[in-house]
Design a protein around this ligand. Sequence first.
Ligand code: MYA
Ligand code: JJ1
Length: 388
Amino acid sequence: RHKFWETQPVRQFKDLGDSSLPEGPIEPPTPLSEVKQEPYNLPSQYEWTTCDMDSEEMCNEVYVLLTNNYVEDDENMFRFNYSKEFLRWALRPPGFYRSWHIGVRVKTSKKLVAFITGVPARIRVRDNVVMMAEINFLCVHKKLRSKRLAPVMIKEVTRRVHMENIWQAAYTAGVVLPTPVSTCQYWHRSLNPKKLIDVGFSRLGARMTMSRTIKLYKLPDQTVTPGFRKMEPHDVPAVTRLLRNYLKQFVVAPDFDENDVEHWLLPKEGVIDSYLVESPQTHEITDFCSFYTLPSSILGNQNHTTLKAAYSYYNVSTKTPLIQLMNDALIVAKQKDFDVFNALDVMQNDSFLKELKFGPGDGKLHYYLYNYRTKHVLRSSELGLVLL
Ligand code: MYA
Ligand code: JJ1
């Protein structure tokens, strides 16, 4: 059934019930001298290219490939439209390797037709901090699908990760592969219900009118929590402490240091928004919330081309109730003209989703680890990791 994945060091479906298998790496690292030194062979019309995301030209080629060929919903109504600034941010974290930004071109025309990326990350699984690659943006041009290019690309990124002496990876996908470490549900909170209904993202509920729907999703004009403000560079140490302490409770979570927090959580216009609560009395940083900007192209609508979506990222509450904190996040997202606020049921998100009028979407997101077995499949609330 899975001719490629059956050959890879990932948990196989047949091992699902078997908790006698130990937790940890599935196979040991091989000596670096045994890692294949040359790239895998592509079909003869194609060649490998390393995509320099600093280069405006290359970044644009990647952007165009993904804009036209990346992930769609199950009815092909929407397609993720990551911005160039977002791609630069996602692909250049502390310690990134340019060699992990891998493209495939047609030899004759030099057209970019496929892409896959990795970035390094320290991921904690229970008590073990493991160096991993986070794999993302796997994309093959629509005209070249089902030619088994994806397995070659996955083997090539694996080889380049191995060259850096890294033997594990984390990735997410909308499709079921051998074998999810956890499966999450997408939830959606309407901010601009009229537009969402007009473009087919959501439907008018039973016994609902447009004006009742608009009223249902109305939010205050201003945030309510005293001391709620945008995160600033001088907050990095306090936010790092808050977040590290919070993420301890989850089975799988990133091991963020101050450099990571500076990169992944400092606000970047149109890419990442982060807010915190500074106690008006003690000036302590007690709570934190963040969301990233990922618009989707609306395929074939006369009136609208883009859906502006915010995606919940990392949130921490110690003093402000999580519901109130996330309600303030919704208020700022609304002020910033987002149409919808999306979240997965990871971490403690379950505790605010229903109360804040999120509804379950038709999409699921499966989380995977490469060359690392957990004893059991995890509940989504045991995940403290959000991939972009
Ligand atoms: S998830 C986002 C994936 N991208 C999209 O969905 C965009 C739209 N779709 C496409 O561009 C193509 O359909 C893709 C497949 C490129 C997805 N992850 O070439 P094929 C397996 C892993 O004939 P195509 C993301 O970016 C499939 O089961 N494997 O198929 C994370 C089959 O294998 P098997 C996938 O449709 C990516 C084989 O590929 C996925 O032309 C993590 C068929 O190949 C998928 N999303 O191209 C990658 N979809 O026969 C793994 C299909 O065995 C990283 N397949 O069933 C692993 C860790 C690597 C690093 C390790 C370091 C130590
Ligand atoms: O966005 C998604 N679904 C939407 C639109 C559905 C359009 C028809 N298929 C959805 N809308 C309902 C919202 C409604 C609002 C009011 C309350 C009730 C709910 O459900 C889905 C997620 O639900 N998104 C996708 O399918 C996109 C792909 C998801 C897999 C992503 C894989 C990413 C890989 C990255 O590494």
